[in-house]
Ligand binder design. Structure first.
Ligand code: 5AD
Ligand code: SF4
Length: 470
Protein backbone atom coordinates (compact mmCIF):
# COMPACT_ATOMS: atom_id res chain seq x y z
CA UNK A 1 0.00 0.00 0.00
CA UNK A 2 0.96 3.62 -0.35
CA UNK A 3 1.07 6.51 2.08
CA UNK A 4 1.15 10.27 1.70
CA UNK A 5 4.46 11.93 2.31
CA UNK A 6 2.81 15.14 3.58
CA UNK A 7 1.74 13.79 6.96
CA UNK A 8 0.09 16.37 9.25
CA UNK A 9 2.48 16.94 12.15
CA UNK A 10 -0.37 17.36 14.62
CA UNK A 11 -1.36 13.68 14.55
CA UNK A 12 0.65 10.90 16.20
CA UNK A 13 2.01 8.51 13.57
CA UNK A 14 0.24 5.17 13.61
CA UNK A 15 0.66 2.12 11.46
CA UNK A 16 -1.91 0.39 9.31
CA UNK A 17 -1.41 -3.08 7.89
CA UNK A 18 -3.71 -3.97 5.01
CA UNK A 19 -3.83 -7.59 3.94
CA UNK A 20 -5.51 -7.97 0.56
CA UNK A 21 -6.95 -11.15 -0.84
CA UNK A 22 -8.22 -11.80 -4.37
CA UNK A 23 -8.25 -9.61 -7.43
CA UNK A 24 -6.22 -6.60 -8.60
CA UNK A 25 -9.11 -4.33 -7.73
CA UNK A 26 -8.58 -5.25 -4.09
CA UNK A 27 -4.93 -4.29 -4.48
CA UNK A 28 -6.01 -0.95 -5.92
CA UNK A 29 -8.61 -0.48 -3.15
CA UNK A 30 -5.98 -1.22 -0.50
CA UNK A 31 -3.73 1.45 -1.91
CA UNK A 32 -6.62 3.95 -1.94
CA UNK A 33 -7.45 3.04 1.67
CA UNK A 34 -3.85 3.99 2.45
CA UNK A 35 -4.43 7.35 0.72
CA UNK A 36 -7.58 7.93 2.80
CA UNK A 37 -5.83 7.07 6.07
CA UNK A 38 -2.58 8.95 5.46
CA UNK A 39 -3.95 12.39 6.44
CA UNK A 40 -5.02 10.84 9.77
CA UNK A 41 -1.40 9.96 10.50
CA UNK A 42 -1.42 6.33 9.38
CA UNK A 43 1.66 4.92 7.69
CA UNK A 44 1.91 1.52 6.05
CA UNK A 45 3.38 -1.09 8.41
CA UNK A 46 4.69 -4.47 7.25
CA UNK A 47 4.17 -6.17 10.57
CA UNK A 48 0.58 -7.16 11.15
CA UNK A 49 1.04 -8.09 14.81
CA UNK A 50 2.28 -4.67 15.87
CA UNK A 51 0.01 -2.52 13.67
CA UNK A 52 -2.41 -0.05 15.27
CA UNK A 53 -4.99 -0.79 12.61
CA UNK A 54 -5.25 -4.09 10.72
CA UNK A 55 -7.53 -4.27 7.71
CA UNK A 56 -8.37 -7.61 6.10
CA UNK A 57 -9.39 -6.62 2.58
CA UNK A 58 -11.29 -9.77 1.70
CA UNK A 59 -12.39 -11.66 -1.40
CA UNK A 60 -15.54 -13.75 -1.61
CA UNK A 61 -15.30 -15.21 -5.07
CA UNK A 62 -14.36 -18.84 -4.51
CA UNK A 63 -13.62 -21.62 -2.07
CA UNK A 64 -13.82 -21.13 1.64
CA UNK A 65 -13.19 -17.40 1.53
CA UNK A 66 -15.28 -16.51 4.57
CA UNK A 67 -13.84 -19.39 6.61
CA UNK A 68 -10.29 -18.25 5.84
CA UNK A 69 -11.17 -14.77 7.08
CA UNK A 70 -12.58 -16.14 10.32
CA UNK A 71 -9.46 -18.17 10.98
CA UNK A 72 -7.22 -15.15 10.29
CA UNK A 73 -9.42 -13.16 12.67
CA UNK A 74 -8.98 -15.85 15.31
CA UNK A 75 -5.19 -15.37 15.12
CA UNK A 76 -5.53 -11.58 15.27
CA UNK A 77 -7.74 -11.84 18.30
CA UNK A 78 -4.86 -13.26 20.36
CA UNK A 79 -2.70 -10.25 19.47
CA UNK A 80 -5.53 -7.85 20.19
CA UNK A 81 -6.15 -9.49 23.59
CA UNK A 82 -2.44 -9.32 24.42
CA UNK A 83 -2.39 -5.58 23.73
CA UNK A 84 -5.73 -4.80 25.38
CA UNK A 85 -5.34 -2.13 28.07
CA UNK A 86 -1.86 -1.13 26.82
CA UNK A 87 -1.18 2.24 25.19
CA UNK A 88 -1.27 0.68 21.72
CA UNK A 89 -4.48 -1.31 21.40
CA UNK A 90 -5.24 -2.97 18.07
CA UNK A 91 -8.18 -1.98 15.88
CA UNK A 92 -9.37 -4.79 13.62
CA UNK A 93 -11.30 -4.06 10.45
CA UNK A 94 -12.76 -6.34 7.80
CA UNK A 95 -13.27 -4.76 4.39
CA UNK A 96 -13.91 -6.06 0.87
CA UNK A 97 -16.41 -8.53 -0.52
CA UNK A 98 -16.67 -10.95 2.44
CA UNK A 99 -17.48 -7.94 4.63
CA UNK A 100 -20.12 -6.85 2.13
CA UNK A 101 -21.67 -10.32 1.98
CA UNK A 102 -21.50 -11.11 5.71
CA UNK A 103 -22.10 -7.68 7.28
CA UNK A 104 -23.27 -7.90 10.92
CA UNK A 105 -22.66 -11.67 10.88
CA UNK A 106 -18.94 -10.91 11.22
CA UNK A 107 -19.56 -9.13 14.53
CA UNK A 108 -21.71 -12.01 15.70
CA UNK A 109 -19.03 -14.60 14.97
CA UNK A 110 -16.05 -12.40 15.84
CA UNK A 111 -17.30 -9.83 18.38
CA UNK A 112 -13.77 -8.43 18.86
CA UNK A 113 -13.84 -6.96 15.30
CA UNK A 114 -14.16 -3.16 15.38
CA UNK A 115 -15.11 -2.21 11.83
CA UNK A 116 -16.83 -3.92 8.93
CA UNK A 117 -17.07 -2.09 5.61
CA UNK A 118 -17.71 -2.97 1.98
CA UNK A 119 -15.88 -2.08 -1.22
CA UNK A 120 -18.10 0.97 -1.76
CA UNK A 121 -17.62 2.67 1.61
CA UNK A 122 -13.89 2.76 2.32
CA UNK A 123 -13.77 6.50 1.61
CA UNK A 124 -15.68 6.79 4.89
CA UNK A 125 -12.90 5.17 6.95
CA UNK A 126 -12.09 8.46 8.77
CA UNK A 127 -15.72 8.75 9.85
CA UNK A 128 -15.77 5.11 10.99
CA UNK A 129 -12.60 5.65 13.05
CA UNK A 130 -14.05 8.79 14.62
CA UNK A 131 -17.22 6.86 15.53
CA UNK A 132 -15.07 4.22 17.24
CA UNK A 133 -13.06 6.87 19.09
CA UNK A 134 -16.27 8.42 20.34
CA UNK A 135 -16.87 5.20 22.25
CA UNK A 136 -19.05 3.11 19.94
CA UNK A 137 -18.17 -0.56 20.31
CA UNK A 138 -18.14 -1.37 16.57
CA UNK A 139 -19.08 0.11 13.20
CA UNK A 140 -20.66 -1.66 10.24
CA UNK A 141 -20.93 0.24 6.94
CA UNK A 142 -21.93 -1.98 4.05
CA UNK A 143 -24.23 0.42 2.23
CA UNK A 144 -24.13 1.14 -1.46
CA UNK A 145 -23.92 4.91 -0.95
CA UNK A 146 -25.45 7.44 -3.31
CA UNK A 147 -22.21 9.45 -3.45
CA UNK A 148 -19.44 8.48 -5.83
CA UNK A 149 -16.64 7.01 -3.71
CA UNK A 150 -14.06 8.21 -6.21
CA UNK A 151 -15.16 11.85 -5.78
CA UNK A 152 -14.46 11.57 -2.07
CA UNK A 153 -11.03 9.93 -2.29
CA UNK A 154 -7.88 12.05 -1.99
CA UNK A 155 -5.38 11.99 -4.85
CA UNK A 156 -3.49 8.75 -5.30
CA UNK A 157 -0.32 8.75 -3.19
CA UNK A 158 3.05 7.22 -4.03
CA UNK A 159 3.17 4.81 -6.98
CA UNK A 160 4.58 1.45 -5.98
CA UNK A 161 6.87 0.58 -8.91
CA UNK A 162 6.46 1.50 -12.55
CA UNK A 163 3.22 -0.37 -13.02
CA UNK A 164 0.03 1.07 -11.54
CA UNK A 165 -3.63 0.11 -11.36
CA UNK A 166 -6.46 2.49 -12.08
CA UNK A 167 -10.12 1.57 -11.52
CA UNK A 168 -12.30 2.94 -14.31
CA UNK A 169 -15.36 0.75 -13.90
CA UNK A 170 -16.84 -1.14 -11.03
CA UNK A 171 -19.64 -3.58 -10.40
CA UNK A 172 -21.45 -6.03 -12.62
CA UNK A 173 -24.97 -6.42 -14.01
CA UNK A 174 -24.37 -9.72 -15.77
CA UNK A 175 -25.47 -12.03 -12.96
CA UNK A 176 -23.67 -15.16 -14.05
CA UNK A 177 -25.47 -17.75 -11.95
CA UNK A 178 -22.31 -18.86 -10.08
CA UNK A 179 -20.98 -15.42 -9.18
CA UNK A 180 -21.28 -13.20 -6.09
CA UNK A 181 -19.76 -10.10 -7.66
CA UNK A 182 -23.04 -8.39 -8.66
CA UNK A 183 -24.12 -8.71 -5.01
CA UNK A 184 -20.85 -7.62 -3.38
CA UNK A 185 -19.60 -4.93 -5.77
CA UNK A 186 -23.01 -3.67 -6.84
CA UNK A 187 -24.36 -2.42 -10.16
CA UNK A 188 -22.15 -1.45 -13.09
CA UNK A 189 -20.72 2.03 -12.79
CA UNK A 190 -18.23 3.87 -15.00
CA UNK A 191 -16.11 6.71 -13.71
CA UNK A 192 -16.38 9.85 -15.82
CA UNK A 193 -13.57 10.26 -18.35
CA UNK A 194 -12.06 13.45 -16.89
CA UNK A 195 -11.13 12.15 -13.42
CA UNK A 196 -9.78 8.98 -15.02
CA UNK A 197 -7.46 11.00 -17.28
CA UNK A 198 -6.48 13.17 -14.31
CA UNK A 199 -5.62 10.15 -12.17
CA UNK A 200 -3.66 8.59 -15.04
CA UNK A 201 -1.59 11.79 -15.49
CA UNK A 202 -0.98 11.89 -11.75
CA UNK A 203 0.20 8.26 -11.72
CA UNK A 204 2.53 8.89 -14.66
CA UNK A 205 3.83 12.01 -12.90
CA UNK A 206 4.65 9.81 -9.91
CA UNK A 207 6.59 7.31 -11.98
CA UNK A 208 4.09 4.89 -13.56
CA UNK A 209 5.01 3.80 -17.08
CA UNK A 210 2.31 1.20 -17.33
CA UNK A 211 -1.30 1.51 -16.26
CA UNK A 212 -3.72 -1.39 -15.98
CA UNK A 213 -7.31 -0.21 -16.21
CA UNK A 214 -9.49 -2.13 -13.81
CA UNK A 215 -13.15 -3.06 -13.80
CA UNK A 216 -15.21 -6.15 -13.07
CA UNK A 217 -16.51 -5.65 -16.62
CA UNK A 218 -13.99 -3.16 -17.81
CA UNK A 219 -15.08 -3.31 -21.43
CA UNK A 220 -18.59 -2.23 -20.39
CA UNK A 221 -16.93 1.12 -19.65
CA UNK A 222 -18.98 4.09 -20.83
CA UNK A 223 -17.59 7.14 -19.08
CA UNK A 224 -19.26 10.53 -19.31
CA UNK A 225 -17.32 13.34 -20.88
CA UNK A 226 -17.65 17.02 -19.86
CA UNK A 227 -19.50 17.83 -23.12
CA UNK A 228 -22.23 15.34 -22.21
CA UNK A 229 -20.89 12.60 -24.48
CA UNK A 230 -19.66 9.14 -23.57
CA UNK A 231 -16.40 7.32 -24.15
CA UNK A 232 -16.10 3.60 -24.69
CA UNK A 233 -13.09 1.73 -23.32
CA UNK A 234 -11.49 1.81 -26.78
CA UNK A 235 -11.83 5.59 -26.91
CA UNK A 236 -10.50 5.97 -23.37
CA UNK A 237 -7.46 3.86 -24.29
CA UNK A 238 -6.75 6.07 -27.31
CA UNK A 239 -6.87 9.20 -25.14
CA UNK A 240 -4.69 7.66 -22.43
CA UNK A 241 -2.13 6.64 -25.02
CA UNK A 242 -1.55 10.35 -25.72
CA UNK A 243 -0.21 10.93 -22.20
CA UNK A 244 3.53 11.56 -22.42
CA UNK A 245 5.47 8.96 -20.49
CA UNK A 246 2.66 6.38 -20.45
CA UNK A 247 4.20 3.57 -22.47
CA UNK A 248 1.96 0.63 -21.72
CA UNK A 249 -1.76 0.20 -21.25
CA UNK A 250 -3.59 -2.96 -20.18
CA UNK A 251 -7.13 -3.66 -19.00
CA UNK A 252 -8.79 -6.36 -16.97
CA UNK A 253 -11.35 -8.06 -16.76
CA UNK A 254 -13.37 -8.20 -19.97
CA UNK A 255 -16.67 -9.79 -20.84
CA UNK A 256 -16.64 -11.51 -24.26
CA UNK A 257 -20.14 -10.42 -25.32
CA UNK A 258 -19.22 -6.76 -24.87
CA UNK A 259 -16.02 -6.57 -26.90
CA UNK A 260 -16.92 -3.87 -29.45
CA UNK A 261 -15.36 -2.53 -32.64
CA UNK A 262 -13.83 0.44 -30.77
CA UNK A 263 -11.86 -1.89 -28.55
CA UNK A 264 -10.86 -4.17 -31.41
CA UNK A 265 -9.60 -1.24 -33.44
CA UNK A 266 -7.67 0.08 -30.42
CA UNK A 267 -5.79 -3.24 -30.48
CA UNK A 268 -5.00 -2.59 -34.13
CA UNK A 269 -4.03 1.09 -33.85
CA UNK A 270 -2.65 1.84 -30.39
CA UNK A 271 0.95 0.61 -29.95
CA UNK A 272 0.80 1.34 -26.20
CA UNK A 273 -2.01 -1.20 -25.80
CA UNK A 274 -0.22 -4.43 -24.93
CA UNK A 275 -0.92 -7.52 -27.07
CA UNK A 276 -2.32 -9.52 -24.18
CA UNK A 277 -5.93 -10.01 -23.20
CA UNK A 278 -7.57 -11.78 -20.27
CA UNK A 279 -10.95 -12.82 -21.66
CA UNK A 280 -12.79 -15.30 -19.42
CA UNK A 281 -14.89 -17.87 -21.25
CA UNK A 282 -15.70 -20.15 -18.25
CA UNK A 283 -16.76 -23.20 -20.29
CA UNK A 284 -16.95 -24.62 -23.80
CA UNK A 285 -20.41 -26.20 -23.75
CA UNK A 286 -23.25 -23.96 -24.90
CA UNK A 287 -25.62 -25.80 -22.58
CA UNK A 288 -23.40 -25.00 -19.59
CA UNK A 289 -22.82 -21.41 -20.76
CA UNK A 290 -26.59 -20.96 -20.92
CA UNK A 291 -27.07 -22.39 -17.43
CA UNK A 292 -24.34 -20.00 -16.26
CA UNK A 293 -26.34 -17.13 -17.81
CA UNK A 294 -23.36 -16.16 -19.90
CA UNK A 295 -24.54 -14.08 -22.82
CA UNK A 296 -22.29 -15.77 -25.34
CA UNK A 297 -21.86 -19.21 -26.92
CA UNK A 298 -18.54 -20.90 -27.54
CA UNK A 299 -18.95 -19.90 -31.20
CA UNK A 300 -19.42 -16.23 -30.22
CA UNK A 301 -16.23 -16.46 -28.18
CA UNK A 302 -14.27 -17.94 -31.08
CA UNK A 303 -15.65 -15.21 -33.32
CA UNK A 304 -14.55 -12.39 -30.98
CA UNK A 305 -11.10 -13.94 -30.70
CA UNK A 306 -10.85 -14.16 -34.49
CA UNK A 307 -11.76 -10.48 -34.88
CA UNK A 308 -9.26 -9.48 -32.19
CA UNK A 309 -6.51 -11.55 -33.79
CA UNK A 310 -7.29 -10.07 -37.19
CA UNK A 311 -6.71 -6.65 -35.63
CA UNK A 312 -3.65 -7.63 -33.57
CA UNK A 313 -2.01 -10.82 -34.89
CA UNK A 314 0.35 -10.99 -31.88
CA UNK A 315 -2.49 -11.03 -29.35
CA UNK A 316 -1.85 -13.53 -26.55
CA UNK A 317 -4.91 -14.75 -24.69
CA UNK A 318 -5.62 -15.68 -21.12
CA UNK A 319 -8.90 -16.90 -19.67
CA UNK A 320 -10.85 -18.19 -16.68
CA UNK A 321 -12.48 -21.63 -16.59
CA UNK A 322 -14.86 -23.28 -14.18
CA UNK A 323 -15.12 -27.07 -14.16
CA UNK A 324 -17.96 -28.98 -12.53
CA UNK A 325 -20.68 -26.38 -12.89
CA UNK A 326 -23.98 -28.06 -11.88
CA UNK A 327 -25.18 -30.36 -14.66
CA UNK A 328 -21.81 -30.44 -16.49
CA UNK A 329 -21.45 -33.88 -18.10
CA UNK A 330 -18.31 -35.54 -19.45
CA UNK A 331 -19.43 -34.52 -22.94
CA UNK A 332 -19.86 -30.88 -21.81
CA UNK A 333 -16.40 -30.91 -20.27
CA UNK A 334 -14.98 -32.33 -23.51
CA UNK A 335 -16.27 -29.19 -25.23
CA UNK A 336 -14.26 -27.06 -22.81
CA UNK A 337 -11.19 -29.09 -23.73
CA UNK A 338 -11.99 -28.68 -27.44
CA UNK A 339 -12.34 -24.91 -27.02
CA UNK A 340 -8.98 -24.72 -25.24
CA UNK A 341 -7.30 -26.69 -28.02
CA UNK A 342 -8.94 -24.56 -30.74
CA UNK A 343 -8.29 -21.13 -29.28
CA UNK A 344 -4.89 -21.60 -27.58
CA UNK A 345 -4.11 -19.71 -24.36
CA UNK A 346 -0.77 -18.45 -23.11
CA UNK A 347 -1.93 -18.65 -19.51
CA UNK A 348 -5.21 -19.25 -17.71
CA UNK A 349 -6.91 -19.64 -14.36
CA UNK A 350 -9.09 -22.67 -13.80
CA UNK A 351 -11.26 -23.48 -10.82
CA UNK A 352 -13.60 -26.11 -9.47
CA UNK A 353 -17.09 -24.75 -9.22
CA UNK A 354 -17.79 -23.65 -5.66
CA UNK A 355 -21.35 -22.86 -4.61
CA UNK A 356 -21.83 -19.31 -3.32
CA UNK A 357 -24.74 -18.86 -1.01
CA UNK A 358 -27.43 -16.65 -2.52
CA UNK A 359 -26.47 -17.31 -6.16
CA UNK A 360 -28.87 -19.28 -8.39
CA UNK A 361 -26.37 -22.05 -9.19
CA UNK A 362 -25.95 -22.93 -5.51
CA UNK A 363 -29.54 -24.26 -5.53
CA UNK A 364 -29.31 -26.11 -8.84
CA UNK A 365 -29.78 -29.87 -8.95
CA UNK A 366 -27.02 -32.12 -10.26
CA UNK A 367 -24.11 -30.66 -8.32
CA UNK A 368 -21.02 -32.44 -9.67
CA UNK A 369 -19.17 -34.75 -7.24
CA UNK A 370 -15.84 -33.47 -5.90
CA UNK A 371 -13.89 -36.41 -7.38
CA UNK A 372 -15.23 -35.75 -10.85
CA UNK A 373 -14.39 -32.05 -10.53
CA UNK A 374 -10.83 -32.85 -9.43
CA UNK A 375 -10.26 -35.17 -12.38
CA UNK A 376 -11.61 -32.62 -14.86
CA UNK A 377 -9.56 -29.81 -13.33
CA UNK A 378 -6.38 -31.90 -13.56
CA UNK A 379 -7.03 -32.71 -17.23
CA UNK A 380 -7.78 -29.09 -18.08
CA UNK A 381 -4.76 -27.76 -16.19
CA UNK A 382 -2.49 -30.27 -17.93
CA UNK A 383 -3.52 -28.90 -21.28
CA UNK A 384 -3.36 -25.24 -20.16
CA UNK A 385 0.10 -25.79 -18.68
CA UNK A 386 1.24 -27.49 -21.86
CA UNK A 387 0.07 -24.50 -23.91
CA UNK A 388 1.70 -22.02 -21.52
CA UNK A 389 5.02 -23.83 -21.68
CA UNK A 390 4.77 -24.12 -25.48
CA UNK A 391 4.26 -20.37 -25.71
CA UNK A 392 7.13 -19.66 -23.32
CA UNK A 393 9.40 -22.06 -25.27
CA UNK A 394 8.45 -20.33 -28.48
CA UNK A 395 9.68 -17.04 -27.01
CA UNK A 396 13.24 -18.34 -26.60
CA UNK A 397 15.48 -16.51 -29.06
CA UNK A 398 12.99 -13.63 -29.43
CA UNK A 399 13.81 -10.09 -28.44
CA UNK A 400 11.20 -8.17 -26.54
CA UNK A 401 10.83 -5.00 -24.49
CA UNK A 402 10.44 -5.74 -20.79
CA UNK A 403 9.29 -3.28 -18.15
CA UNK A 404 11.49 -4.08 -15.15
CA UNK A 405 9.54 -3.09 -12.08
CA UNK A 406 10.96 -5.11 -9.17
CA UNK A 407 14.22 -6.52 -7.88
CA UNK A 408 14.75 -10.25 -8.37
CA UNK A 409 15.41 -12.70 -5.55
CA UNK A 410 19.11 -12.73 -6.44
CA UNK A 411 21.33 -9.67 -6.14
CA UNK A 412 21.92 -7.94 -9.45
CA UNK A 413 18.77 -9.37 -10.94
CA UNK A 414 15.59 -7.52 -11.96
CA UNK A 415 12.18 -8.94 -12.80
CA UNK A 416 9.66 -7.43 -15.15
CA UNK A 417 6.84 -8.21 -17.55
CA UNK A 418 6.97 -8.96 -21.24
CA UNK A 419 4.28 -7.44 -23.47
CA UNK A 420 2.49 -10.79 -23.00
CA UNK A 421 2.53 -10.57 -19.17
CA UNK A 422 5.19 -13.24 -18.73
CA UNK A 423 7.52 -12.67 -15.78
CA UNK A 424 11.02 -12.08 -17.21
CA UNK A 425 14.28 -12.20 -15.20
CA UNK A 426 17.44 -10.46 -16.27
CA UNK A 427 20.87 -9.69 -14.78
CA UNK A 428 20.64 -5.91 -14.71
CA UNK A 429 21.80 -3.19 -12.35
CA UNK A 430 19.18 -1.57 -10.11
CA UNK A 431 19.51 1.62 -12.13
CA UNK A 432 17.23 -0.03 -14.70
CA UNK A 433 14.32 -0.41 -12.27
CA UNK A 434 11.29 1.23 -13.80
CA UNK A 435 12.75 1.11 -17.32
CA UNK A 436 11.68 -0.71 -20.44
CA UNK A 437 14.72 -2.63 -21.67
CA UNK A 438 15.01 -4.71 -24.83
CA UNK A 439 16.15 -8.20 -23.93
CA UNK A 440 16.72 -11.50 -25.64
CA UNK A 441 14.89 -14.44 -24.11
CA UNK A 442 17.37 -17.25 -23.46
CA UNK A 443 15.43 -19.71 -21.29
CA UNK A 444 11.81 -20.63 -20.70
CA UNK A 445 10.29 -22.11 -17.57
CA UNK A 446 6.62 -22.93 -17.00
CA UNK A 447 5.97 -19.64 -15.18
CA UNK A 448 8.77 -17.32 -16.21
CA UNK A 449 11.43 -16.50 -18.76
CA UNK A 450 15.04 -15.58 -18.31
CA UNK A 451 16.80 -13.12 -20.57
CA UNK A 452 19.95 -11.24 -21.44
CA UNK A 453 19.99 -7.51 -22.19
CA UNK A 454 20.52 -6.59 -25.83
CA UNK A 455 23.50 -4.43 -26.47
CA UNK A 456 21.92 -3.07 -29.60
CA UNK A 457 18.55 -1.50 -28.78
CA UNK A 458 15.66 -2.97 -30.77
CA UNK A 459 12.20 -1.64 -31.49
CA UNK A 460 9.06 -2.43 -29.52
CA UNK A 461 7.48 -4.27 -32.42
CA UNK A 462 9.83 -7.21 -32.28
CA UNK A 463 7.27 -9.56 -30.92
CA UNK A 464 5.85 -11.69 -33.70
CA UNK A 465 4.63 -14.69 -31.83
CA UNK A 466 1.31 -15.48 -33.40
CA UNK A 467 0.09 -19.03 -33.32
CA UNK A 468 2.70 -20.23 -30.86
CA UNK A 469 0.22 -22.23 -28.82
CA UNK A 470 -2.31 -23.37 -31.41
N1 5AD B 1 -16.89 -21.06 -8.34
C1 5AD B 1 -15.72 -21.21 -9.03
N2 5AD B 1 -15.14 -20.22 -9.71
C2 5AD B 1 -15.74 -19.01 -9.70
N3 5AD B 1 -15.42 -17.85 -10.28
C3 5AD B 1 -16.34 -16.94 -9.93
N4 5AD B 1 -17.27 -17.47 -9.15
C4 5AD B 1 -16.94 -18.78 -9.00
C5 5AD B 1 -17.52 -19.86 -8.31
N5 5AD B 1 -18.65 -19.73 -7.64
C6 5AD B 1 -14.26 -17.69 -11.16
C7 5AD B 1 -14.68 -17.32 -12.58
C8 5AD B 1 -14.32 -15.87 -12.66
C9 5AD B 1 -13.10 -15.81 -11.77
C10 5AD B 1 -12.73 -14.46 -11.29
O1 5AD B 1 -13.45 -16.62 -10.67
O2 5AD B 1 -13.92 -18.10 -13.48
O3 5AD B 1 -14.03 -15.45 -13.97
FE1 SF4 C 1 -19.23 -12.41 -12.10
FE2 SF4 C 1 -20.23 -12.90 -14.53
FE3 SF4 C 1 -20.09 -10.38 -13.62
FE4 SF4 C 1 -17.83 -11.69 -14.28
S1 SF4 C 1 -19.52 -11.15 -15.68
S2 SF4 C 1 -18.17 -10.46 -12.42
S3 SF4 C 1 -18.32 -13.79 -13.67
S4 SF4 C 1 -21.35 -12.02 -12.78
Amino acid sequence: MTAHSEMPKTEKTKTVHIKSYGCQMNVYDASRMGDVLAPLGYQAGDDMASADLVILNTCHIREKAAEKVYSELGRLRMEKDRRAGSDNPMVIAVGGCVAQAEGEEILRRAPYVDMVFGPQTYHRLPLMLRTLESGKRAVVDTEFPAEDKFDQLPDAGKVDGASAFLTVQEGCDKFCTFCVVPYTRGAEFSRPADPVLREARLLVGKGAREITLLGQNVNAYHGETPDGGEWTLGRLIRELADIDGLDRIRYITSYPAEVDEDLISAHRDVPELMPFLHLPVQAGSDKVLKAMNRRHTSGDYADVVRRLRDAQPDLALSSDFIVGFPGETDADFEQTMALVRDIGFVQAYSFKYSPRQGTPAADMDEQVPEKVMSARLAELQDELNRQQLAFNDHCVGQTMPVLFDRPGVRDGQLVGRSPFMQAVHCELPNAHLGEIVDVMIDKAKPNSLSSVPLVKPSTTDDHNIRGAVA
